[in-house]
Design a protein around this ligand. Structure first.
Ligand code: GFB
Length: 318
């Protein structure tokens, strides 16, 4: 199993995003010195020739593929073409260039929405491609499934050590707090801070509040990503989560407590609920020796503290 050396050439694709940023911090904290990054302005990962040139020049040995077009339920349903095209191009270019330039190991990161909408819960890895996908993020899910298939196909045909980690819904420092593009947790955190400050009596929560979601603190995901890179080498998706979920209403109530918001929740039934539940079965990764450490309450407190300290940056980022 390849081990990351202090001077290994490690490329983190997507280092300005929630996930890539956390992986980069984790690698820096561990003392890695040859970290390679590019902003999307410097390198458009959808551009095959540019990606090839970059790999030829930089010769990374390890690749964390955390670059993606991502967003919450509304962004996914509004921009399906971009979610499909951008993510397919990014995955195809980075995975193929990794093969062509002899990358020792690549970790491809996806999402729990790859599993069928009505799959049994908790979601086991073998449920992939056993039923229809959730409508609101089908395009994104298809791109993420294609990326898994690419990794597995390069493994079969060329013996490439390319693996796929599938995180559950993520949150933490560096998240997207834009209300139209973001996921539920940063959206509600922002809305409740604003409402508390404005003395607003209600906060709008999309949908019915009944869907169940699981949330993983992004530093735990970064930890899992390094663990996978160093200890796991097998085809197919590998779930990364906490194994615990709660309803959107319960999440909203917990955020209200953390933020100190005392108003009421107004559920907007005109907004979609999305998939009713997507709880990860995390026993495969647990069996390999990794489990999440941060409770939702602790992760929320940390995210809230980060948001308060970086509010301008968080709101200006998009
Ligand atoms: O986090 P979220 O946008 O994504 O929404 P998904 C989760 C649930 O929270 C849905 C509700 O039932 C939303 O209707 N919700 C309530 C809100 N209030 C809000 C709000 O203010 N903003 C948002 N965004 N949601 C995404 C997929 O699905 O999950 C992606 O679209 C990806 O493809 C990602 O897989 C992890 O969990 O429904």
């Amino acid at each position: 199993m390849p081990v990351l050396q202090q001077d290994s050439r490690i490329y983190v694709a997507g280092h300005r995003g929630l996930v890539g940023g956390a992986i980069l911090r984790r690698l820096q904290d561990a003392g890695h010195t040859a970290l390679i990054t590019r902003t999307s302005r410097e390198l458009d990962l959808r551009d095959q020739a540019a990606v090839r040139d970059f790999f030829a020049a930089e010769r990374p040995e390890f690749v964390f593929l955390a670059a993606a077009k991502v967003g919450g339920i509304l962004a996914n349903s509004t921009y399906p073409a971009q979610f499909l095209y951008d993510n397919m191009m990014i995955a195809a270019n980075v995975i193929n260039a990794s093969h062509e330039h002899g990358v020792t190991k690549l970790l491809n990161l996806g999402s729990s929405c790859i599993y069928p909408r009505m799959a049994p819960q908790p979601l086991k890895e073998e449920y992939l491609l056993t039923g229809p996908l959730e409508e609101t993020n089908r395009a994104y899910a298809v791109a993420k499934i294609a990326a898994i298939e690419l990794c597995d196909s390069y493994r079969i045909q060329y013996g490439s050590d390319f693996i796929s980690g599938m995180p559950t819904n993520l949150y933490g420092p560096g998240d997207n707090f834009d209300l139209k593009g973001s996921h539920v947790l940063p959206a509600l955190l922002r809305k409740m801070v604003d409402a508390r400050e404005a003395g607003a009596p209600t906060v709008e929560v999309w949908g019915s509040g009944t869907p169940l979601r699981e949330f993983l603190y992004v530093d735990d995901l970064a930890d899992a990503s390094l663990y996978l890179m160093e200890h796991v080498s097998e085809p197919g998706p590998i779930n990364i989560g906490t194994g615990e979920d709660l309803t959107i209403r319960e999440l909203a109530e917990m955020i209200a407590q953390v933020v100190g918001y005392q108003g009421t929740l107004a559920f907007d039934a005109t907004k979609p609920d999305g998939t009713p539940r997507k709880l990860m079965d995390v026993s495969r990764l647990a069996g390999q020796g990794w489990t999440a450490r941060t409770s939702l309450r602790d992760g929320l407190e940390k995210t809230y503290a980060w948001y308060l300290a970086h509010r301008e940056e968080a709101l200006a980022a998009r």
